[in-house]
Design a binder for this molecule. Structure first.
Ligand SMILES: C[S@@+](CC[C@H](N)C(=O)[O-])C[C@H]1O[C@@H](n2cnc3c(N)ncnc32)[C@H](O)[C@@H]1O
Length: 450
């Protein structure tokens, strides 16, 4: 079978040998925001299309030795009833094609009505579960709590590039090229209220903005281009009104304070968390609440239980689980990034039954042989992998909760659990990234009967 989903890959280095354009009929959605079509017997992963459409595409990767090609829609010949005007003009592939360029990334489903976006995400999860996880399951994608009807205004984190003229910009899809941008409709109001596009950002390579999920003063992190003087950085920082500003070293994740704070105060279901500017936090303003509720409802940690929160970030799930198991229980919270682990330490300060460990999950689990009642894992996109799945199974928990932002790595890991006799008990899928192909999964897995 050649139409395996393409990895979220780097641009192909293969020589382009195929035709520049073709007319194609679009088939099913594939993992990664693509739609499957065929051209002269070869699988083509097409972006910005919809199932059933007849489109003209421009090929973007056509190496002779590639098992599939990639293409982007440049003209719709017969459109789907689910096609709508794109929510964000600079991310609109058709508009971009008319100007002879690609669209910026970050809203690749913006041409699809929201209900259909969710049906497509369901289909992708179902297909991955079946193909990689050996499990047939009907999936319904739920909106985030408090989601707006148009699915806009949800991003609390945004990373911008800066163009050669010093303007706020974003990268074109799978490209180093950038395009100036102004309002970003997917972002929460306070990101746009900064009006960063009116500023001269020359000397900066990147500008990251973060806003607390519940609102509050934004934090802007500047990443200066090599050779930029501290004076120039100071001038840019001084031009930013209404935000804390810091300088981010992307290599170390360290943030140097220029004005205001270097961290954000987040609040989820009545609990406050401190998150450093560069530290991980869920992006959708409703995501922390949706996921904490799903985890607690799904795993029901009880007083006295021993739980592990793996890939724990700043402790989003560690804090409520620590409260649920109480001082007679025990919580192991494992996070790899030093800065984020420091946040977790602060967020769980003074809780003697919680052990915050900074390190790789496989290394930390490899040093332990004790039994756990519950294991929660929330790995990055690559998933946990066979070794960690085996280590979790070896701790013989009564339940595993798996939070995942990638249906393919989740389904693969589910396959590893199933091979060890575990079953997928319940599954929830959340649309925490409207107008993109991304989604979030919470699954409860149960061990083989004793
Ligand atoms: C998807 S985030 C989840 C964070 C947290 N559960 C939350 O929702 O806020 C994954 C986290 O795993 C951490 N991480 C990535 N690989 C890791 C590894 N091998 N061992 C431990 N932590 C890792 C990252 O630094 C990141 O904070």
């Amino acid at each position: 079978m050649t139409d395996a989903a393409p990895a979220a890959a780097a641009p192909s280095t293969g020589e382009q040998t195929g035709p520049p354009t073709a007319e194609l009929t679009i088939g099913r959605p594939a993992h990664g925001g693509h739609f499957v079509a065929r051209h002269e017997g070869r699988v083509v992963f097409v972006r910005h299309a919809l199932p059933g459409e007849r489109v003209r595409v421009r090929f973007t990767d056509t190496a002779d030795d590639a098992s599939f090609w990639r293409a982007d829609v440049v003209e719709v010949l017969e459109g789907s009833p689910h096609r709508v005007d794109h929510v964000w003009p600079v991310a609109d592939a058709l508009r971009a094609a008319a100007r002879g360029r690609s669209a910026v990334g970050g809203a690749e489903f913006g041409h699809i009505d929201l209900a259909e976006q969710r049906r497509l995400k369901s289909a992708v999860v179902e297909e991955q579960l079946s193909r990689l996880g050996g499990t047939d399951r009907a999936v319904v994608v739920e909106p985030a709590p408090g989601e707006s009807e148009d699915g806009l205004g949800w991003r609390t984190r945004a990373a911008f590039a800066v163009d050669a003229a010093g303007r706020l910009a974003m990268h074109l899809h799978r490209s180093h090229e950038v395009l100036p941008v102004q309002e970003m409709p997917l972002a929460v109001g306070p990101v746009n209220a900064l009006r960063l596009w009116t500023l001269d950002l020359s000397g900066m390579e990147r500008v990251d903005v973060a806003v607390p999920s519940g609102g509050g003063e934004p934090l802007v992190l500047l990443v200066p281009a090599p050779g930029t003087t501290p004076k120039r950085v100071g001038t840019v920082a001084a031009s930013i009104d209404g935000a804390s500003v810091g300088v981010l070293d992307p290599a170390s994740g360290q943030v140097q304070r220029l004005k205001g704070r270097t961290w954000l105060q987040e609040s989820v279901l009545g609990t406050d968390y401190r998150v450093t500017g560069a530290g991980f936090w869920q992006i959708h303003r409703g995501a922390p609440e949706a996921l904490v509720s799903a985890v607690l409802d799904g795993l029901v940690p009880a007083p006295g239980e021993r739980v592990a929160d793996l890939y724990a970030g700043a402790g989003l799930f560690t804090v409520p689980m620590a409260r649920a198991v109480g001082p007679d229980g025990a919580v192991l919270s494992v996070e790899g990034s030093a800065g984020t682990s420091r946040d977790a330490r602060r967020n769980l300060h003074g809780q003697g039954h919680v052990s915050i460990v900074q390190g790789r999950v496989d290394a930390v689990l490899g040093r332990r042989t004790d039994r756990l009642d519950i294991v929660l894992l929330d790995p990055p996109r690559a998933g946990a992998g066979k070794k960690v799945v085996r280590q979790i199974a070896a701790a013989r928990p009564r339940a595993v909760g798996y939070v995942s932002c990638d249906p393919a790595s989740f389904a693969r890991d589910l396959g590893y659990f199933r091979a060890a006799g575990w079953t997928l008990d319940s599954l929830r899928v959340f649309d925490l990234y409207p107008h993109t192909h991304h989604l979030e999964i919470f699954a409860r897995l149960l061990p083989p009967a004793a």
